[in-house]
Design a protein around this ligand. Structure first.
Ligand SMILES: NC(=O)c1ccc[n+]([C@@H]2O[C@H](COP(=O)([O-])OP(=O)(O)OC[C@H]3O[C@@H](n4cnc5c(N)ncnc54)[C@H](OP(=O)(O)O)[C@@H]3O)[C@@H](O)[C@H]2O)c1
Length: 127
């Protein structure tokens, strides 16, 4: 599988140029892109500070792309409210857990919970 940036730039250029000129070529290129989709519902993404700002938007976008998202927040109740917003928007593969990245015991608790419930993670988004 080819995943380098040049490859994706060429694919994007081809999509842009084939859209108006040739629908068959467009469909072919589009399917080629889908074949290179490496993530799925089994892909686990953890986002720290996912309850607001950029973190929340990243959670929304990852879930929208079909990744399972673990939204973490310092305040547990805020995390629950945040995933409710995502779920009400139709995104079901989202969960939340408290995490303060500056608190060692919080990090350990989160890590244990993650291993037990998801077996680990594939993507980490942390500012
Ligand atoms: N917004 C921009 O235009 C911009 C541009 C470039 C770079 N950035 C950087 O991108 C990052 C996020 O920006 P933002 O605008 O989304 O900020 P934000 O709205 O202030 O959100 C920050 C998030 O980080 C969480 N957080 C803070 N300390 C934490 C800790 N110890 N453990 C876990 N979570 C913690 C906050 O949780 P609480 O809700 O509990 O406080 C909140 O969820 C920042 O580092 C910012 O400097 C932002």
């Amino acid at each position: 599988m080819c995943l380098d940036l040049d490859f994706w730039i060429k694919i994007e250029w081809t999509i842009r140029n084939s859209w108006n000129r040739d629908p068959t070529l467009f469909a072919l290129v589009f399917n080629l892109v889908l074949m290179h989709r490496w993530w799925s519902k089994e892909t686990i993404a953890v986002v720290t500070g996912g309850n607001r700002g950029i973190g929340f938007e990243i959670c929304r976008q990852l879930a929208d792309h079909g990744v399972t998202v673990i939204l973490t927040s310092r305040d547990a109740s805020v995390g629950v409210e945040s995933i409710k917003v995502l779920q009400e928007g139709g995104l079901q593969d989202v969960a939340c857990h408290p995490l303060d990245i500056l608190d060692t015991s919080s990090v350990t608790q989160f890590s244990d919970w993650l291993k037990e419930n998801y077996g680990g993670l594939d993507i980490l988004v942390s500012f």
